[in-house]
Ligand binder design. Structure first.
Ligand SMILES: Cc1cc2nc3c(=O)[nH]c(=O)nc-3n(C[C@H](O)[C@H](O)[C@H](O)COP(=O)(O)O)c2cc1C
Length: 204
């Protein structure tokens, strides 16, 4: 009976069967979880490039693509970058660390007057754009059998300032998130977040 109820309601890790390519995407999404411990195995260069390719495929407001990536490999830098404000052992254990940066300003015609001369202005959607790019990277890591963890940098000044200084980021560039990536050392499982009570039809 309990099994029947589960089948009827479904749970996060048992999506409705669908075609093969949809299944592959669903698996990456539903199997993704934060992984914070890694083996000493390295990540091949072409795999890293795939992850960054996936990240850069993210949507962004007005297609601004405000992101840049600083890939860290020199662990001697990590003391300066992560100081006391991050989980340093997690980053030291990761095969690669990617700092995902946002350019918060943009050279564009004003939105209300697309024919006007481009002007330097703040990019109002950069936070949303950065969430999308970060999630794309995490999903690509999962799809490659890797573990990763979204680590906040923005909006915390105590995290952003040392990172900006250590990496020499331009004034308008914000370190948004920092992603340690490696081969999972543990057996973390995805959390089941499927909750039909969060879904409303036509009215709250
Ligand atoms: C905006 C954001 C900031 C986060 N910052 C951190 C962080 O600083 N350190 C950390 O260990 N995990 C961080 N996480 C990961 C969350 O703790 C994790 O996603 C959440 O517990 C759900 O677990 P799951 O990723 O396994 O589904 C962050 C996630 C998001 C979306």
């Amino acid at each position: 009976m309990a099994v029947m109820a589960l089948l009827a309601v479904g749970c996060q890790n048992t999506p409705t069967p669908t075609n093969d390519s949809a299944q592959v995407v669903m698996n990456a999404i539903l199997q993704r979880k934060s992984v914070r411990s890694y083996t000493s195995d390295t990540i091949a260069t072409d795999v890293m490039e795939n992850l960054l390719r996936a990240a850069m495929a993210a949507p962004s407001g007005r297609n601004i693509q405000p992101w840049s990536f600083v890939v860290l490999t020199d662990k001697n830098q990590y003391g300066d970058i992560f100081g006391n404000n991050f989980n340093l052992p997690m980053f030291e254990a990761a095969a690669k660390v990617v700092v995902i940066c946002a350019d918060t300003s943009v050279l564009l015609p004003p939105r209300e007057n697309p024919n006007a001369e481009p002007i330097r202005q703040s990019n109002g959607t950069w936070r949303d754009d950065m969430g999308a790019v970060t999630e794309n990277l995490l999903l690509a890591a999962e799809a490659h059998g890797l573990g990763a963890c979204w680590t906040a940098c923005y909006p915390y000044a105590d995290r952003m300032e040392p990172v900006k200084k250590a990496l020499g980021l331009p004034a308008t560039v914000v370190p948004y998130s920092i992603i340690p990536i490696g081969h999972p050392a543990g057996t973390e499982q995805p959390k089941d977040k499927w909750d039909t009570s969060r879904i409303h039809y036509n009215h709250w």
